[in-house]
Design a protein. Structure first.
Length: 136
């Protein structure tokens, strides 16, 4: 089952459980993903689901700084908990170094291309770029 199908399945479960926050954020997520797929004439990949979830979480974190009420802050935190279920655990800097060292190349472009092809969504691009530069 694709990650997008899982999101839609979880949205139905949230509706049945009358979890308003999860239903709302998952409905918004599904809408965003379907809209993106329609605009780009592509399907919804797992990497796209992860990317959009990360974007939503980052936006919520930024908004949390300005939350006026504890209820608003709690809702944003609850949304992030729901969204985090679809974001895989990120590789650590040491894990990235080991992966890059195993590639056996000093070409930063090839390193980044290989990471994207084999580990998409599992690493922070800025951290990976910095580590790749260490090997180049």
């Amino acid at each position: 089952m694709s990650l997008f199908e899982q999101v839609k399945k979880d949205r139905v479960k949230a509706r049945i459980a009358k979890d308003a926050v999860a239903t709302s954020v998952l409905t918004t997520l599904v809408g965003e993903l379907e809209g993106l797929a329609k605009r780009t004439n592509t399907g919804v990949s797992d990497a796209t689901v992860v990317q959009i979830c990360k974007k939503f979480i980052e936006n919520n974190e930024a908004t949390l700084q300005f939350a006026i009420t504890t209820e608003a802050a709690d809702e944003l935190k609850s949304e992030n908990v729901t969204l985090a279920k679809y974001v895989p655990v990120q590789l650590t800097a040491d894990e990235l170094r080991a992966i890059i060292a195993a590639m056996g190349t000093d070409n930063k472009g090839l390193i980044m291309k290989n990471l994207k092809a084999n580990h998409a969504g599992l690493y922070d691009g800025a951290v990976a770029s910095k580590i790749a530069a260490e090997f180049a």
